[in-house]
Design a protein around this ligand. Structure first.
Ligand code: FEO
Length: 417
């Protein structure tokens, strides 16, 4: 990493990616809530400057950090020397600073695809901007380097696009391969692999999971391009672990099941809690990763991440006003949108004078097309020892299913252990 000194003598962060290709983004150390996604490690909004006979800025940052981005650019070149601003994605964490940037870079032409321009015009007044539309297969020659464009719809919005520099085999992959991970380091080999992988997994589960087919297509394209370095719009740049992160993406996009049983629940007076612990106890007798999550002691971000590779999931709720508990409902609504596929499921829970909670859960699991292993397990007021024994047996069945599913998917990480 190099530090540049601005004309004002202020030391600015500017990271060299390759010769004349620099990171000029913003590290957001304090953000903890990214539109509902918990970000305990903060985030980065990556933007890159490619300097050649022509100079191109690849993406911008969130609107409040526009001046930081401009300072980082200024430390490397005159603002008037920037010829192109490539917008790979119109979401405001990357395009929010565009109005300020397009004003500050008087010579710049905005480069994006047609859908992106439509999205940007819905967010901003773009009437004064010079624009140049591109689509898959188009390219712009900067000098000794070229920018090639590749539409990647739904990664993560319909207008999303990759930009590739063939001379360096460098892929600006936008949200794909990203992580919400604030760090002063810019590369995967400068941080813990486990941390980078965990944050990439969390990001995949919470942002990318619904678009597995599109990810599979993008991975195929990346392979055809023989990509050597992946520079996403969030987190560290992959240069030493490109193969490993692509392999992880392949597993996640296929939603390959791990030998893992997730028991999650919400409970009022611990009847559903007792059932959850009994199911977990049964699952724990097998050689699986058995997790027990009390929904109100956890959060949506962690839950989605654990769901991503769990083969089997037991979901429980007490009954409140003839419905499931509100946070149980929030989790299922969130999961429904993320579309976790190929799970084995079980609904369980307690009720008093009016049924509803566990039955509502079961309907939600069925709506997600999960394979339901048995009738909903229910207990009135308190689970009897017989019901708890049935819960234990159900836990064992879930674990056996999880082992079977993982064995049927030898590509899964768990199957290799
Ligand atoms: Fe990082 Fe879809 O924006």
């Amino acid at each position: 990493m190099t530090n540049a000194v601005s004309s004002l003598g202020v030391m600015l962060v500017s990271s060299r990616v390759l010769e004349d290709i620099d990171w000029v983004g913003y590290v957001d150390w304090t953000v903890r809530d990214f539109h509902g996604y918990n970000t305990p490690r903060g985030a980065t909004y990556n933007a890159y400057l490619v300097r050649d006979e022509k100079t191109a800025l690849i993406d911008t940052v969130k609107a409040p950090f526009a001046e930081e981005l401009l300072k980082n650019i200024s430390a490397l070149t005159e603002l008037s020397a920037v010829d192109y601003v490539v917008c790979n994605h119109a979401e405001p964490d990357h395009a929010g600073a565009l109005p300020r940037v397009m004003t500050a870079l008087p010579a710049a032409t905005l480069v994006c695809n047609e859908k992106c321009l439509a999205a940007l015009s819905g967010h901003f007044d773009i009437s004064g901007w010079k624009t140049h539309l591109v689509a898959t297969g188009d390219s712009i020659r900067l000098g000794k380097r070229t920018l090639q464009f590749l539409d990647t719809p739904m990664l993560h919005w319909p207008e999303s696009m990759f930009t590739f520099v063939p001379e360096e085999r460098l892929l600006f992959s936008m949200d794909a391969f990203g992580q919400h991970y604030a760090t002063s380091r810019r590369f995967d080999d400068q941080v813990s692999w486990q941390t980078a992988l965990q944050e990439a997994k969390t990001y995949y589960a919470n942002i990318v999971m619904p678009y597995g087919k599109q990810v599979a297509t993008a991975l195929q394209q990346a392979e055809e391009l023989n990509v050597k370095m992946i520079a996403p719009s969030h987190g560290v740049i992959w240069r030493s672990h490109v193969h490993k992160i692509c392999e992880a993406y392949q597993n996640w996009s296929a939603q390959r099941p791990e030998p893992k049983v997730l028991v999650m629940y919400d409970t009022m007076w611990d009847s559903t809690g007792q059932m959850a612990r009994a199911i977990h106890e049964g699952a724990s007798t097998a050689d699986v990763d058995a997790l027990l999550i009390h929904i109100r002691s956890s959060d949506l971000t962690r839950i989605a991440t654990e769901v991503l590779d769990a083969a089997a999931i037991a979901f429980g709720s007490s009954t409140l006003n003839r419905e499931m508990m509100p946070m149980a409902s929030a989790v299922l609504t969130y999961l429904k949108g993320l579309r976790p596929l190929g799970k084995v499921g079980l609904a369980f829970g307690s009720y008093g004078w009016g049924k509803g909670g566990p039955d509502s859960v079961n309907e939600c699991l069925k709506a997600m097309k999960w394979e339901i292993i048995r009738d909903t397990l229910k207990a009135q007021y308190r689970p009897t020892s017989e019901i708890l024994n049935t819960c234990r047996e159900a836990g064992k069945t879930l674990a056996a299913k999880a082992l079977e599913m993982a064995a049927d998917h030898p590509g899964s990480v768990g199957a290799k252990r």
